[in-house]
Design a protein around this ligand. Sequence first.
Ligand SMILES: [Ca+2]
Length: 42
Amino acid sequence: MRQRAHQTSTVEQFARADFDGDLDVDVADFGAFQAVFAGSGK
Ligand SMILES: [Ca+2]
């Protein structure tokens, strides 16, 4: 049970890093993060 809860928490943390929302965290998410960060002021 505790392991299952831990896995759920890990998935949630993983999803929070998925900036472009394709359920996979990779360099594309870093690019999406930069795009949002750079464009937030304009
Ligand atoms: Ca992604």
